[in-house]
Design a protein around this ligand. Structure first.
Ligand code: ATP
Ligand code: MN
Length: 434
């Protein structure tokens, strides 16, 4: 028997009379005596298999009606239009095979009738992802990546990979995971920032990288993990405004692509996706502080980082994606370019969804001496950055770029409560397995 000719989702009443072979999981079994139902589930949907003793033969019928839930099964049969069946058809099988039987009891119930604890779900993630609403998010995530890659190529960009095993911190301060690297100490990289900037000096002009970043922060929130996927972009001969346009375009493109290509998944998630309109609103840090001061009990000073409460307030007030621009140079990294005429303000920006930050970016410092000065002002040691600074001494184009968190983009797009719902095997303070 050919392993599969169709997915469940590809079958419709119009295929009445067609012989098909389906393969998937035994989602449900119902036994009514002389007739029994097996609901087969694959990643595109469910199909009702009506087990008729006369068609299957006595032994096969007996075997088929006793299949344990979630076993892997293969069914060959004929499509029959049947108004009473879900989606208007049933399959009348001539052959039913169990390719791999599932043990009883299951570690969790993938039929979504029972809601269970996140930890239980993550412990049995393979089973959890069999739930259509969990799987849907990851399929959409893949579509988001496809749309972004398309978008970057259309914008003349080159995809690159930079090392994740590195000798130095990108920003000092931020916690890094140390690893042993032969006789040396090394770290897992917290961001491709320094490397993608060096590629501007390499003349690569416009690059993007989609890869993991590692943060050894002990945060325990619904939007932080210790390993995350970052979508990083760096563009030569561009300023902050240029890459903000590139960024809002990327986000809008991801939404519209998902809306056009992920019907089934959006339906499973019960979402009517609204594509955000570009351009996104631009609000300066100073304006944001003023808005926040309308709220009672705000004690923030110019120069303070915006706290979660303020971000939340701004998000609720603005209600859609927006950019926060013109940050105090003191709270943005050393590689962010200060304005020439008011060096206390810099060309750094954050892309915000009403719920949280999605991306950070900036026009970068491309002047070697200014960069050294900025590193020193941040209390860091330029010697430790020699491999990076060298790339600024032999011709460095002006450049700008950003880093966008993939899971945050997906979790806000799909209204997921927890970033762990947008990461297949999340890594946090407590979880290293599976
Ligand atoms: P936050 O202020 O939300 O902690 P950040 O400013 O420290 O984030 P950046 O260094 O600006 O993060 O990283 C760029 C983007 O990468 C962030 O906007 C976010 O989307 C994503 N990101 C950063 N850290 C994490 C993390 N620990 N878990 C998930 N995504 C992250
Ligand atoms: Mn940031």
């Amino acid at each position: 028997m050919i392993l599969r000719t169709h997915y469940s989702g590809d079958i419709a009443p119009e295929l009445d009379g067609k012989e098909v072979t389906l393969a998937g999981f035994a989602h449900e079994t119902r036994d009514l005596g002389g007739i029994a139902f097996l609901v087969l589930r694959d990643r595109k949907g469910l199909a009702q298999i009506t087990l008729v003793k006369k068609l299957l033969g006595k032994d096969a019928f007996k075997m088929a009606r006793s299949i344990s839930r979630e076993s892997v099964v293969q069914v060959k049969g004929t499509v029959k239009a049947e108004a009473k069946a879900p989606r208007g058809f049933e399959i009348l099988p001539t052959e039913v095979k169990v390719l791999s039987a599932a043990e009883v009891p299951l570690p969790l119930d993938p039929t979504e009738k029972v809601e269970c604890e996140l930890d239980t779900r993550l412990d049995a993630r393979f089973m959890d992802i069999r739930r259509p609403c969990v799987l849907a998010a990851f399929e959409i995530e893949s579509s988001v990546l496809q749309s972004l890659r398309d978008y970057f190529y259309i914008h003349g960009m080159t995809e690159v990979f930079t090392p994740k095993i590195v000798a130095a911190a990108t920003e000092g301060g931020t916690d890094l995971f140390p690893i042993s690297y032969f006789e040396k100490e090394a770290f897992l990289n917290q961001s491709p920032q320094l490397y993608k900037q060096m590629l501007m000096s390499a003349g690569m002009d416009r690059v993007f990288e989609i890869g993991p970043i590692f943060r050894a922060e002990e945060h325990d929130t619904r939007r932080h993990l210790n390993e995350a996927i970052s979508i990083d972009v760096e563009v030569s001969f561009a300023n902050d405004q240029d890459v903000m346009e590139l960024l809002e375009g990327a986000v809008a493109k991801a939404y519209s692509y998902v809306k056009e290509n992920c019907d089934y998944q959006l339906q499973v998630l019960n979402l009517d996706l609204q594509v955000p309109k570009v351009p996104f609103r631009r609000i300066t840090y100073t304006e944001a502080l003023e808005m926040a001061s309308e709220r009672a009990g705000v004690t923030m000073q110019w120069g303070d980082d915006l706290d979660t409460e303020t971000e939340k307030f701004l998000g609720e007030t603005i209600g859609e994606h927006y950019f926060l621009t013109d940050w105090p140079a003191s709270i943005k990294p050393y590689y962010t370019l200060p304005y020439e005429d008011r060096p206390e303000v810099c060309r750094g920006f954050d892309l915000m969804h009403p719920r949280m930050e999605l991306a950070s970016g900036a026009q970068r410092v491309h002047d070697h001496n200014l960069l050294v000065k900025r590193i020193e002002e941040k209390g860091l040691e330029p010697d430790g950055f020699e491999f990076y600074l060298k790339a600024f001494r032999y011709g460095m184009p002006p450049h700008a770029g950003w880093g966008l968190g993939l899971s945050r983009l997906v979790m806000t797009m799909l209204k997921l409560e927890n970033i762990r719902d947008a990461v297949i095997f999340p890594r946090d303070r407590r979880r290293l397995v599976p």
